[in-house]
Every structure is written in C-alpha cells, then in structure tokens.
Design a protein around this ligand. Structure first.
Ligand code: ISJ
Length: 334
C-alpha cells in the first residue's frame, strides 16, 4: 500500500512521564505507541496488550521509578523483529531494543542499530528525530580497555555510516548511564515530517568532537524540531568540546541550563530557519540525570526555579557519559 506523504502530519504524539500505576491505566483510554519504564530492573523489550514496552534499570527504588508513555490519536500496529519491538500509527514509529551486558559493545551495538534502522526504513518511517541510549557501567572500561560509552559510540557510528546517514539526518539523542542490564535504547521516527537538526553555537557539534573523547564521535544533534516541538538532547556542562566546572555541581547545572536555553532560544532557532523561540519554562517531560545522589537537592533547587511549575520533571541518580560530568538535562520544548 502506498501512502501520500504529508508535508507535516497535522498532529503530534502525546507524551507523559507518569508514575508506574498511572501509566498502567493509560492503555485503557489511549493508543499507546510505546512505554518505557525507568525502573528498578532492566528487561528485554516486549510487545504486550498495551503495546511495546522496555524496562530500564534507572531507579534506585520504586519511589524514583516512572514510565514515559507515548500515545497516538490513531490506531497503532505493533510487532517485533530480531529482538527489536515497535509500533506505528501511519505517521510515527516507536521502537526499542536491548543489547545484553557484554565485555565489548561495538559489534553488538552496530548490529542492534542496523536491525532498528533497517526496520525504520522497511516500515517506511525513515526520519529519525529522537534516540535514547542507556549504558550500564558507562564509565567503566570494556574487556579491551575502552570505556563502555566510547565502545557504544563506535558501534553506533559504524551503523550510521553503514546506513549513510548524513549530518542533516542526525537525530537528537541521549547517551546516559544506567544501573545495569547492558544497553537499552529506543527511537522515535516519522514517515513524512521533516526534522530540523539544531546545534548550539557555543558547543562543537558532538559528531565533530576530537578523537581524545573516543575513536568515533557520538552521533547526535543538540536538538531536533518536528511538529512544532523541539526535542532537546541530553545536555551537560560542556562548551566547545570541553567539560567545564569539574567537581562543581551547582555551576555544572547552571551551564547545562544555559546551554539548553541557548539551543531553544529565538536567536539560535532563527539561525536554523525556525520562527519560534522557546524558554526553559516551555520545557516539559524533563529528565535530570545526577551522578551523585547527594547532589539531587541542590540540582533540584536550581531546576525548580528554571522550569514551569506545571512541567513533568524526574530526577535520576545515574552516571553521565564523561566521568567529569555530574549532571545532564533533557526535555521537550512546546
Ligand atoms: C552530554 C553529552 O552527550 C551525551 C551523550 C549522547 C549520546 O551519545 O547520544 C547524547 C547526549 C548526551 O546524553 C555531550 O556530549 O554534550
């Protein structure tokens, strides 16, 4: 069946960060495109009655746990292929996978990404606009002495090269630590929308980071705009390509927020051909990743002043992609 591509779909997906018991009730009233549990144990992705679901080991206890749920106004079709679960609604595709814990990740990452990106093309939703990656023992070395994050970046870069992704097609992403379970990942892609990749003039494009950060640079844009929203990548205390304010979580939090404000601000979006600009108070579905649990109150105090009181914000105590980074923040600007 051929479908006429729309310039931009007239709707966007619903998104929420909800307590687990609330998330359990969403499927009864809405079409769930995908559900990700940020919870106390990792599990292989499954397609259940409520659609595709991935559990990540991101919470220390049930109190911290929550689900991110993506919903569609249209009926969804779900499936599974080679361990990757997915659902699509005619315009948007969600997919999720897990790479088992291993002494080396590059080859398995490349393979899992190729399966996922193959599905993206085969199912006809080729525009990748947001990816999330959760890496167990992210700052520890693999069996060959390469840090697990860098090992993951190697496999991802090889998969992107294989699929001939060019720089304008690089999605927004998060690459963050988890408490275990190998590497969990999920993607959002679109059939006909035209995501615009957004960079930060105060930071090097991550895909141009120098070799000292690993053999292959992390492939992600600082944000993407699609359907009237800006999806902001995991953002940390980096200017140029260097981490700033080592050991100082307060300054790192301020710089992370400044980076986001700059990325989504009217001046930067204008440079990217986008008319609207956003403020930190326009963010929702915000995740704040904090390396040391004892820093959460200080980080929360700063973030609470920056974000809308109505925003959904969750704090997680996990490691960050560089061992000198103490905090990282992501969200969606509406
Ligand atoms: C914080 C940074 O990178 C992190 C790693 C990412 C990845 O590898 O996909 C994406 C965004 C951040 O979660 C950064 O380099 O600025």
């Amino acid at each position: 069946m051929t479908q006429t591509p729309l310039k931009e779909a007239g709707y966007t997906l619903g998104a929420t960060l909800a307590d687990l018991d609330v998330a359990d009730t969403i499927g009864a009233r809405e079409n769930v495109l995908g559900r990700i549990d940020y919870t106390t144990a990792a599990a292989d992705p499954v397609v259940s009655a409520g659609g595709p679901r991935l559990a990540l080991h991101m919470a220390r206890d049930r109190g911290e746990a929550f689900s991110e749920v993506w919903t569609s106004p249209h009926e969804v079709t779900a499936g599974e292929h080679d361990g990757v679960v997915y659902a699509h609604d005619g315009e948007f595709l969600f997919l999720a996978g897990r790479i088992p814990e291993s002494g080396s990740y590059a080859t398995a990452t490349e393979k899992a990404y190729l399966t996922a990106l193959g599905l993206v093309r085969e199912l006809g939703y080729p525009r990748c606009y947001r990816m999330w990656n959760f890496v167990g023992r992210i700052n520890q070395d693999n069996a060959e002495g390469l840090e697990n994050y860098r090992d993951f970046c190697l496999g991802r870069a090889d998969a992107f090269a294989h699929m001939r992704f060019n720089e304008t097609e690089i999605p927004a992403a998060t690459g963050i630590g988890s408490h275990g379970g190998g590497i969990g990942f999920y993607f959002l892609t679109s059939r006909s929308g035209e995501p615009i990749a957004i960079e930060n003039p105060q930071q090097w494009a991550a895909y141009h980071y120098p070799q000292r950060y690993g053999p292959k640079a992390p492939k992600f844009a600082r944000a993407t705009r699609l359907g009237g929203r800006v999806y902001v990548s995991g953002t940390a205390s980096i200017t140029g390509h260097e981490s700033r304010h080592a050991g100082d979580v307060v300054r790192q939090t301020h710089l992370s927020l400044e980076n986001i404000a700059r990325v989504i601000g009217a001046g930067n979006l204008y440079e990217h051909g986008i008319g609207d600009g956003y403020f930190l108070s326009d963010l929702d579905q915000i995740k704040v990743y904090v390396r040391h649990a004892e820093h959460i109150p200080a980080v929360r105090a700063i973030c609470t002043r920056a974000f809308s009181p109505a925003a959904e914000v969750r704090y997680l105590n996990v490691d960050v992609c560089r061992s000198d980074l103490l905090v990282e923040i992501e969200g969606i600007a509406y």
